[in-house]
Design a protein around this ligand. Structure first.
Ligand SMILES: *Cc1c(COP(=O)(O)O)cnc(C)c1O
Length: 475
């Protein structure tokens, strides 16, 4: 078929050039949105049309009408939440993933997709220091990785008590408790989806280093030693990037027969760096681990990974066999491990990202982000009125801005901090967000993009300096 007659030629050509323009101007355009909600609705809210539009016009219009409403988070000066960038090779593989349009449920529906996932899963275990015997699933993000891991935990804990949860459900089963600290909201949602509910959570007290206290864990577990229990520990908590002391905590959990699950959405990647992997000492003794590819590996959305040390529990929780499905007994069918049925072939982008970086490249990426986070927080800390609430030990820091007005109290500092953040975001040079930590407001500094450079750090500090000066002058 000649290029001219192909219906794909024009739309893909428009998409390619728009994508390239977007990627090549990340550095020079505002990082945040530049149009309001109303402006975006005015442009996008068109009546449902009766007849379709010419192919190239559809995409040109989409690019035009979303203009100013697309955050430039894959660039180097986006430090909000925990959102990574996109490495070129993974992006290319992601385009091919859509092009090939494989249904990555089974080997039969996408043979190459199944094998690529099988291989990339093995590489991930090697990189992150997880036992080769662990099973894994490529899922949409860390939340679904939690759901996958916790479903495996639920199976194992209840099966040990003679209850088949896959058949009988949770009604009538012994209640499972989840003992955890400082948890991310995605854990609550995973518990809700699994029918376990959030009332099953018991808070684990933290020490001044933001680590769960072993004596407290022992005390909580001893209160009801026979109860089926998940102990959910942090590997890189969302505000400070703190790691629990696995060598102290996991043996206690095991003594009480608990399942140990790790939330390592970005922090598990410390394991890929010789400089930071000591933070994860002992984490290999857990039963399951949840992490993301779309954060620190800089794979495009969406990409999360679940690992389970007990393959029988993982498969029991997820596997499905239907008479019309074709299972190749030798191949790895993803449906035996994932919560979804039809699904995107997420393995391609991860495979490409790992091939692009190599072990050394990933270690450099992790170290570089940590270096930039430290430089950023240090630089911000030197601005007038800045107060470093948490110095990065990994890639996360917290900075607070004190209201210079005489007689200001903590609440005034909270409001001032939020005002400075808003001003920085409106300025477009850098993008930060606030958080509540130990009852006070602070600006979160999260560095996860491969694009962040020393120059970006300088530009971001200058942008905050400017916003701080403007906020100080404001009435
Ligand atoms: C981002 C994050 C999650 C949730 O991950 P998703 O990929 O958004 O589902 C869970 N835990 C921590 C610590 C996170 O940073």
């Amino acid at each position: 078929m000649s290029q001219k007659s192909s219906p794909f030629n024009q739309p893909l050509d428009v998409a390619f050039h728009a994508a390239l323009h977007h990627l090549e101007t990340l550095d020079s355009y505002p990082v945040g949105a530049t149009v309001s909600l109303q402006e975006m609705r005015d442009k996008l809210q068109k009546p449902l049309i009766q007849e379709g539009m010419p192919a190239d016009e559809v995409l040109r219009e989409l690019v035009r009408d979303t203009y100013g409403g697309v955050l430039r988070n894959p660039g180097g000066r986006f430090f909000a939440w925990a959102i990574g960038g996109v490495v070129p090779e993974a992006l290319g593989a992601d385009w091919l993933t859509s092009t090939w349009d494989q249904n990555a449920a089974l080997y039969a529906t996408g043979p190459a997709a199944a094998v690529v996932e099988e291989v990339a899963g093995g590489w991930l275990k090697e990189l992150l220091g997880i036992a080769e015997s662990a099973t894994f699933a490529f899922v949409s993000g860390c939340q679904m990785a939690h759901a996958t891991c916790l479903a495996s935990a639920r199976h194992a804990l209840l099966e040990e008590r003679g209850w088949d949860v896959e058949r009988k459900g949770l009604w009538g089963a012994q209640a499972i408790r989840v003992v955890t600290s400082n948890r991310h909201g995605s854990i609550d949602r995973a518990l809700r989806l699994l029918g376990m509910g959030t009332d099953c959570v018991i808070d684990l007290p933290l020490n001044e280093n933001e680590q769960a206290v072993p004596e407290e864990l022992a005390r909580i577990l001893a209160n009801d030693p026979g109860a089926p229990t998940v102990v959910l520990l942090q590997a890189g908590d969302l505000n400070t990037g703190s790691f629990d002391d696995y060598r102290a905590l996991i043996p206690i959990a095991k003594r009480f027969g608990a399942w140990v699950q790790i939330d390592g959405a970005f922090g598990l990647w410390a394991g890929a760096s010789p400089q930071y992997k000591h933070l994860l000492a002992g984490v290999g003794a857990a039963d399951s681990w949840a992490t993301d590819g779309h954060k620190w590996l800089n794979v495009p959305y969406d990409s999360g990974y679940a690992f389970v040390a007990r393959p029988v529990a993982h498969r029991a929780a997820m596997s499905h066999r239907a008479s019309y499905l074709v299972h190749d007994e030798d191949a790895r069918d993803q449906i035996d491990y994932t919560p979804e049925w039809s699904r995107r072939a997420r393995g391609f982008a991860t495979y490409a990202a790992i091939r692009q970086f190599g072990r050394a490249g990933i270690a450099e990426l992790v170290n570089g982000c940590c270096d930039h986070a430290r430089a950023l927080v240090e630089g911000l800390g030197q601005l007038p009125g800045a107060d470093v609430a948490w110095k990065p030990r990994l890639n996360q820091g917290l900075v607070r801005f004190l209201n210079p007005a005489a007689g200001s109290n903590e609440l005034d500092h909270d409001c001032f901090t939020d005002e400075v953040i808003q001003r920085v975001v409106r300025g477009g040079e850098a993008f930060f967000m606030g958080t509540s930590w130990r009852g006070r407001r602070a600006m979160r500094v999260s560095v996860l993009s491969w694009q962040t450079s020393n120059h970006d750090v300088e530009r971001a500090i200058a942008a905050v300096r400017k916003a701080l000066a403007a906020s100080t002058k404001a009435p």
